[in-house]
Design a protein around this ligand. Structure first.
Ligand code: GDP
Ligand code: MG
Length: 177
């Protein structure tokens, strides 16, 4: 934070990680622009989007980074993680393999981060209850063991999307203020 005109400014970098096609880009577009894309192309994506919220009467800006498809080639670079103080680790509740990858993503995140990172485990596509492949209980269990917040979301119907980002942003704010 820095003083400016008597107030304080906060800018937090948050990264979204997880296997390809779990819905990372759509979580970001839902949160930042209230948009959802049924046929989103992994290669089309902006580096990051900035979204503001108010905490304790202060403007807090979150700069949220999207991999733009790099994860397909296991080539998410250290630059992507640099300076991140928050992370959403996303899996798809209808595809177990994406949940099995969470540990690897956590390791990568920890390898690249040098400060406290507020972390949220996100089980996306909770609208696909009929083809659920990962139970809420086991995800909660993993989150507890790893010290992560946990939430199921749907970028499609908007369930918990705003909430997931805002919990992370508040936790970062608590960590630094
Ligand atoms: P990314 O590769 O992790 O960035 O995933 P995308 O955001 O590109 O989404 C991959 C596919 O999953 C796309 O076809 C999306 O329309 C779809 N998708 C994303 N989020 C949801 C969701 O919450 N529910 C459902 N049913 N589909 C989703
Ligand atoms: Mg993407």
């Amino acid at each position: 934070s820095s003083d400016e005109e008597g107030g304080e400014e906060y800018l937090f970098k948050i990264v979204i990680i997880g296997d390809s096609a779990v819905g990372k880009s759509n979580l970001l577009s839902r949160y930042a622009r209230n948009e959802f894309n049924l046929h989103s192309k992994a290669t089309i994506g902006v580096e990051f989007q900035t979204q503001s919220m108010e905490i304790d009467g202060k403007e807090v800006k979150a700069q949220i980074w999207d991999t733009a498809g790099q994860e397909r080639f296991r080539a998410v670079t250290s630059a992507y993680y640099r300076g991140a103080v928050g992370a959403l680790i996303v899996y798809d509740i209808s595809r177990r393999t994406t949940f099995d990858s969470v540990g690897r993503w956590l390791d990568e995140l920890k390898t690249h981060s040098d400060t406290t990172v507020a972390m949220m485990l996100v089980g996306n596509k909770c609208d696909l209850e009929n083809i659920r492949d990962v139970s809420v209980e086991e995800a909660k269990c993993l989150a507890e063991a790893e010290g992560l917040f946990f939430m199921e979301t749907s970028a499609l119907d908007s369930t918990n999307v705003k909430k997931a980002f805002e919990i992370v942003i508040r936790e970062i704010y608590n960590n630094v203020s």
